[in-house]
Design a protein around this ligand. Structure first.
Ligand SMILES: NC(=O)c1ccc[n+]([C@@H]2O[C@H](COP(=O)([O-])OP(=O)(O)OC[C@H]3O[C@@H](n4cnc5c(N)ncnc54)[C@H](OP(=O)(O)O)[C@@H]3O)[C@@H](O)[C@H]2O)c1
Length: 265
């Protein structure tokens, strides 16, 4: 077991682990020797990554196929994790409802809130007291650059990502001195199945730098224990500084919304 494993193991739980950044979190945690509970809606994705990690990393894996949008999802999770000593929870799963807010059914927007806000809130309410009792561990919330200002065409999604960032910051302060590290991690455009399937017109938005998953996840795990928030990658870091510190808020909203329009308009 590595130092990272000693600090955050022996088990981690990752949501949205069947694909994309969640699967990459699982890969990098397994390399550190952690056993992992993989949670996802996509059963085939879960089994593929579970097989890969059992064979290549030799760690223990448990999979739970469930829908985080269902308020009662903990009743499915509980029996699988009750005998495990979980030291790290990665709240990664996230969905968006792209388009004008008024153009999408209410149910789509409520599902975004359920997966992006209700689920991490419930998981944190379950795990935070246990982690504090253990005296060590971590809670990581995958947020987005869109958390930094309102963003047209993903207005509700951006607001939920803001919730993740602000929630992480508050918990970070509450849990300082308990041995539990909390991190809100701001991700920019990253080549994941979800991002590729959204069919962004990258040729129209030359300022958008798309990151690869390994680098994004490496930055997140390196950021645990080093402050309440971290931005993925230097170029996203510069964009965040520009948006938060230099531009008037009105212009930050306009710039990011304009980029989203170019990507998806
Ligand atoms: N990729 C980017 O450019 C980017 C940028 C900023 C922030 N982020 C954030 O990064 C995180 C991961 O994004 P990603 O791009 O890796 O996503 P992804 O490629 O779409 O993968 C997300 C995974 O979560 C699963 N999932 C979706 N809804 C679920 C639910 N209700 N219950 C359980 N699992 C569910 C998906 O299953 P299905 O495939 O069955 O739907 C999928 O396996 C998200 O929080 C996202 O907001 C990503």
């Amino acid at each position: 077991m590595t130092d990272f494993g000693d600090r955050y193991g022996p088990w981690a739980l990752v949501t949205g682990a069947g694909n994309g950044l969640g699967a990459e979190f699982a890969r990098q945690l397994a390399k550190q020797g952690l056993n992992i509970v993989l949670v996802d809606l996509d059963g085939a994705g879960l089994e593929a990554i579970a097989t890969e990690l059992r064979v290549q990393a030799g760690v223990e894996i448990r999979t739970v196929q469930l829908d985080l949008a269902q308020p009662a999802f903990m009743t499915q999770l509980d029996p699988v994790i009750e005998d495990l000593d979980i030291g790290l929870v990665i709240n990664n799963a996230g969905i968006s409802a792209l388009g004008l807010f008024t153009g999408r059914p209410l149910q789509d927007q409520l599902s975004v809130v359920d997966v992006n806000v209700r689920a991490p809130l419930m998981l944190t309410h379950h795990f935070a007291p246990r982690l504090i009792r253990r005296g060590k561990g971590g809670l990581l919330f995958v947020s987005s650059l869109s958390a930094l200002q309102g963003t047209a065409y993903v207005a509700n999604y951006a607001a939920t990502k803001s919730w993740n960032l602000i929630f992480a910051e508050g918990l970070w302060e509450e849990m300082r001195g308990t041995g539990v590290d909390v991190l809100g991690y701001l991700v920019g455009s990253t080549r994941t199945p979800g991002f590729v399937n959204s069919r962004p017109h990258l040729e129209r938005a030359s300022l958008v730098k798309v990151m690869e998953m390994p680098e994004v996840v490496k930055g997140a795990l390196a950021g645990l224990g080093k402050g309440p928030t971290r931005v993925a990658g230097a170029s996203n870091g510069m964009a965040a500084a520009l948006l938060c510190r230099l531009l008037p808020r009105k212009w930050a909203v306009k710039v990011v919304s304009g980029t989203t329009r170019k990507l998806y308009g």
